[in-house]
Design a protein around this ligand. Sequence first.
Ligand code: FAD
Ligand code: SIN
Length: 532
Amino acid sequence: MSNTFSYDAIIIGSGAAGLGLALTLPDHLQIAVFSKSNMSEGSTYYAQGGISAVLDSADSHESHRIDTMRAGAGLCHEDIVELVVSNGKASIDWLMANNVEFSTKKNTQSKRKLHLTKEGGHSYRRVVHADDSTGQAVQIALNDQVVNRSNIKIFEHHNIIDLVTSYDDKTGKKKVIGCYVLDTKKDQIFSIKAPCITLATGGASKVYLYTSNPDVSTGDGIAMAWRAGCRVANMEFMQFHPTCLFHPEAKSFLISEAVRGEGGLLLLPDGTRFMPNFDKRAELAPRDIVARAIDHEMKRLGIPSVFLDISHRTAKFTKSHFPMLHKKCLNFGFDMTKEPLPVVPAAHYTCGGVMTNQNGETDIAGLYAIGETAFTGLHGANRMASNSILECLVFAKQASLHITKFLQHANKSPDIKPWDDSKVISSDEAIVVSHNWAELRQFMWDYVGIVRTTKRLQRAKHRINLLKQEIEEYYSNFHVTSDFLELRNLVTTAELIIESALLRKESRGLHYTLDYPKIDDKHFKKDTVLTP
Ligand code: FAD
Ligand code: SIN
């Protein structure tokens, strides 16, 4: 079955990046927004801590810039950091104009002003938040705006399979002309045309067995862009959040860094504090340092978790700052006002991604990438807490300005060849897909995790090669399903992570290898760029 729709702009992803772009593009454009699940299901909805922006009179762009670059361990692109931090206040103002309600407190003149919290790596309180459910407040407000815009059509439960490209008659340059889509409710595939497509598909943390991310974070945008011919950079820098709840049913539920920002301490089972032994910033050191310290202590002592304790603050304080966390932890049997929480690190954020410039443009004309799926140069070797949603919004705006101009001169897309599934059959072997999912995530956790070695990376590479063969075979013979498409994308993403990690023969930021434990500025103070 095949039919083709046509739009001015297609946006793949309905998180902060995708909806931020949809709402900033001019309303004379016909826009299609795609979401693999329901519109809210993405990392944005689950964001807890907040959004960083310089709002305190003692704080400065200079300080935010220095903190971001320090966390990024020498690899942040200074011009991009400058662009993002200088747009912090404008981004918060834009969210408030779109009805996002942030937490406030009374100042000395009894006027309400935004409450700012603190997180790892930040020298000042500069994290704007909506209690401990910032992402939910942002996602719901943006959903409400988008559904009221008659020029925006939302396609929920539609999984984009691949991009379709062609060559420009005049320039000879590769350009995007559309994509193939699986309607997962109807189990039908169709094509859709547009001269401009934006990947806003989020990260790839589902490549690991334990992750704070929702199920949709399967690196689809990165894999699609790679298959289409885009360069990808810095994939070795996968961020592990230090503190996810250790409980068999909690699915690595995140305990916000803001808990440490408000005084939470990391403890060993005997109650000893250990972070001061690793970094003078202790619990508020950047994430790579805290996650590695926890991993070290867990392995050294053979313990299943460490503990995060905020019980020294009053119950009133904890309940009012962290109402969602308090309630959720109670459901799992822990009262954080009275006792320490067992916590472990889990995969959390993809610092690398599809290479873009300051306008969100990729290597293919008309194809943009924004949000977690993109590599802009902001995060370097380690993202600082709460810089991600800010990056989504700043690049949504940058891309919107560029796309608006681009579309003034773009030609209509030519027709797309219909999806051909005449030679494939339905698989009676769904077990192949679920087995390979589990295997991939397990060996990525064991061999390509917080601490790496060349031998472990090579082992993982060998397994990837076997999985790739099976996937190729499956793709040529069977009808595709959502699970299969995600597995295919995860395997591609995993391969990019492993290849990048093998190329970086030093330890920097989130990439730590026992074979090259030191930073090597002479040879490796540069991005790892992979070209298809
Ligand atoms: P997402 O919000 O992940 O959205 C991705 C979208 O793409 C979804 O709509 C999905 O359905 C769609 N999609 C993906 N693939 C396809 C496909 N093939 N076809 C169709 N649609 C597709 N950052 C901060 O700055 N502050 C925080 O406090 C914070 N807390 C966090 C807490 C948690 C638990 C997590 C997981 C992340 C947190 N982060 C935080 C990181 C931040 O939330 C994300 O980096 C950011 O929200 C990503 O936004 P996005 O729009 O790029 O992607
Ligand atoms: C958190 O609340 O700890 C997550 C913040 C982030 O990932 O930026």
